[in-house]
Design a protein around this ligand. Structure first.
Ligand code: NAI
Length: 650
């Protein structure tokens, strides 16, 4: 009866409940493109006319519910009018659902993002599948836009402003259980009863959820401006309005116009139009697509690791092993003796407890991570990651043994940050199976992983390594085997410049302020202290050696050498350029930061990014930008260093 629809189908059951299924034609994920919304509007009129007892909206995809609006539509919007038309489309759809005169239920079976959450909010009730993959988020703010299809208006009314603003301003997701706790969903149930729970919710038609009284009060006029002012202060600590206007517009729109995107005039700073003119949205959307491209790089290798063996349970190896176990892989972790393994196992336990609140999942992750002093895992693993000391001879000796003992099809990987992969694999019978999988510290937080292809690495092995990186939900960046790869190579001259500026007499605070003013998430001196000054000096020396070999000798800054000699290694020893207390740098006020100071600090970074690209360390400018944004935090709203240079020229 509804064959004319491509993306939606519905049927009516014996209880006179309509089951409306969103199943986007030709795609694995449901997104609200213009045609999907047009169809929905037409269907809603039909359903409304049929006066059913209730409506349940569900997804035809096993992967999840709805991923949100189609971002391609935003990217294609050329003008404020185009942008406002997209908002109008979703806003009208939202209200068409909300105005239905019978009970409506969103049955959420996995991720539910952006416009998906807004559709769910438009329903009277929400029922969620109790599964870790069920997550709710309004990530618009991360793209520099705002959830203007009803999210800003209705989420605070449903769950109260405290949690709502947290979700709206951070883009963070909540899982199904948390969604139940905060009142975002009415039920959180296992798969076998999901449909029944949705059915019963529609049939029972209880009075809809209300947040606690205090939260309801916070949603009324006199309190709203106070709440918004407090939230604005928090936002200001993280992002300047000139760089990231979206969270400010969200707050203004909520506090002054009750989240109605059409209430303010287009010239008002609370209007979504305020976001549509700047470069930020364009650049953040660009980053989104770059991220998608990097995810795609993992698809070239048809590979899924089941058992990973990690050798070296230090800072890196320990955390790599923990991450693999958390992501469902069986992991054996080897070091020279049990004492060396102990701290890594402790850290892993802590991370699992923090990230996997569910007892059963916690136990499973702990079971999957096996300490293995004897190295029994070598024979069984399909991927072996070496993360031992940065010493060429030790690594060579280790890989010579591994080549004999490992399965012939196992991938051999090194986490080296400064040695040449070709040197490590020089004596192997088959150096083609050796690849660099270069994680960054801290492993759990850093999204980027460089996949290093040495001169001999077989392309299929590098592709499999990228697939493995995706298994861990990280972003793989293919790079060439050259000193510092991409990220450390570009960071080197930038940090060096910062050290020199401090040596010239500027305070560390002033230099760091210059970087954050530019839009870096953290200043270079604080970054160096965080990474460890000993690590910086080692990385600096190996880069200096490489540039000396290329006829451009570079020296290590004196003050840096003195600090390291005195044992002041930064955060980990409580003192570096800064004194550190309770994990935070103790900082004084910065001095004046004139524009030319910022330029002088950033110039070596930009120059090195161009040089790395010109030498083919990465395949193209987009990948260089992506790598440097995800690997060094380069001011995301500027869309990457090369994009920034290009825009600056025009
Ligand atoms: P670490 O010094 O914290 O840990 C190294 C571990 O390897 C120690 O526990 C040691 O007992 C063990 N080990 C040494 N030789 C061994 C052998 N033959 N068999 C078994 N275990 C052995 O070192 P870290 O910092 O974790 O670095 C490891 C590797 O990761 C290095 O190649 C380094 O360049 C690289 N890396 C380090 C980063 C960092 O920020 N620390 C960042 C990215 C890469």
């Amino acid at each position: 009866m509804n064959a004319q629809y491509r993306h939606w189908r519905y049927e009516t059951d014996q209880d006179r409940l309509v089951w409306l299924t969103f199943d986007k034609a030709g795609e694995s994920t449901n997104t609200f493109s213009a045609d999907a919304i047009t169809e929905l509007n037409a269907i809603l009129q039909e359903i409304r006319a049929a006066t059913p007892r209730g409506l349940i909206i569900r997804s035809g995809k096993s992967s999840g519910f709805i991923a949100g609006a189609d971002i391609k539509d935003f990217a294609a919007a050329q003008s404020v009018e185009d942008g406002m038309a997209i908002i109008r489309r979703g806003w009208d759809m939202f209200h068409a659902v909300a105005a239905l005169p019978f009970p409506t239920v969103a049955m959420v079976n996995g991720f539910c993002m952006g416009g998906g959450v807004e559709l769910a909010l438009a329903c009277r009730y929400r029922v969620a599948l109790d599964d870790p993959k069920t997550r709710f988020a309004l990530p618009e703010v991360m793209l520099g836009i705002l959830p203007a299809w009803g999210g800003i208006k209705y989420l605070p009314k449903l769950v109260g402003p405290t949690v709502a603003l947290d979700m709206l301003l951070s883009g963070k997701s909540v899982d199904a259980r948390k969604a139940k706790r905060i009142g975002l969903v009415d039920a959180c149930v296992p798969l076998r009863v999901l449909e029944n729970a949705a059915r019963m919710t529609a049939l029972e038609a209880r009075s809809p959820h209300q947040p606690p009284l205090m939260q309801r009060l916070m949603n009324t006029a006199p309190f709203k401006s106070v709440v918004a002012a407090m939230a604005r202060k928090q936002v200001a600590k993280r992002a300047a309005r000139e760089h990231y206007p979206a969270p400010y517009v969200i707050l203004d729109l909520w506090a002054r116009y009750d989240g109605d995107p059409f209430a303010p005039p287009l010239s008002d700073p609370a209007s979504p139009a305020a976001l549509m003119q700047g470069e930020t949205v364009k650049n953040l959307i660009r980053i989104y697509f770059l991220q998608e491209r990097m995810k795609g790089l993992g698809k070239a290798g048809d590979f899924a690791a089941k058992h990973v063996h990690v050798i070296g349970a230090g800072v890196m190896g320990g955390d790599i092993a923990a991450l693999c176990a958390m992501r469902g892989l069986r992991v054996t972790l080897q070091d020279q003796n049990a004492e060396r393994l102990e701290p890594a196992m402790q850290r892993a336990g802590k991370m699992f407890r923090r990230r996997l609140r569910d007892q059963a999942r916690l136990r499973d992750a702990l079971d999957r991570l096996v300490p293995d002093v004897a190295g029994d895992g070598v024979k069984k693993a399909d991927l072996i990651i070496e993360a031992i000391f940065e010493n060429l001879e030790a690594k060579r000796a280790l890989f010579a043994r591994l080549e004999k003992d490992a399965r012939p099809d196992a991938i051999l990987a090194s986490n080296t940050s400064s040695l040449k992969l070709a040197d490590i694999g020089a004596n192997l019978a088959n150096p083609g199976r050796l690849v660099g999988i270069h994680f960054f510290n801290p492993v759990a937080q850093m999204m980027l992983v460089e996949v290093v292809a040495g001169a001999n690495t077989e392309p299929s092995i590098a592709n499999r390594a990228a697939a493995f990186v995706r298994q861990l939900d990280k972003l793989p960046l293919p790079v060439r085997d050259s000193p510092g790869f991409l990220v450390n190579r570009v960071l080197g001259p930038y940090l060096n410049q910062a050290f020199r500026m401090v040596e010239e007499g500027l305070s560390a605070e002033t230099v760091d302020a210059a970087a954050t003013r530019f839009g870096m998430p953290m200043g270079p001196i604080e970054l160096a202290d965080t990474v460890g000054l000993d690590i910086c000096i080692a990385a600096g020396k190996s880069l200096a050696a490489a540039s000396a070999a290329a006829g451009q000798p570079a020296t290590v800054p004196k003050q840096l050498e003195q600090l390291v000699a005195a044992g002041h290694l930064g955060k980990k020893t409580g003192r570096g350029y800064y004194a550190w207390r309770e994990g935070k740098a103790v900082k004084g006020a910065p001095g004046a930061v004139p524009e030319e100071l910022i330029e002088r600090l950033i110039a070596p970074y930009l120059k090195e990014a161009q040089a790395a690209l010109a030498e083919g360390v990465v395949a193209d400018a987009d990948l260089a930008d992506a790598g440097l944004i995800f690997g060094t935090g380069f001011a995301p709203f500027r869309g990457g260093p090369l994009n920034y240079l290009k825009n600056r020229e025009t």
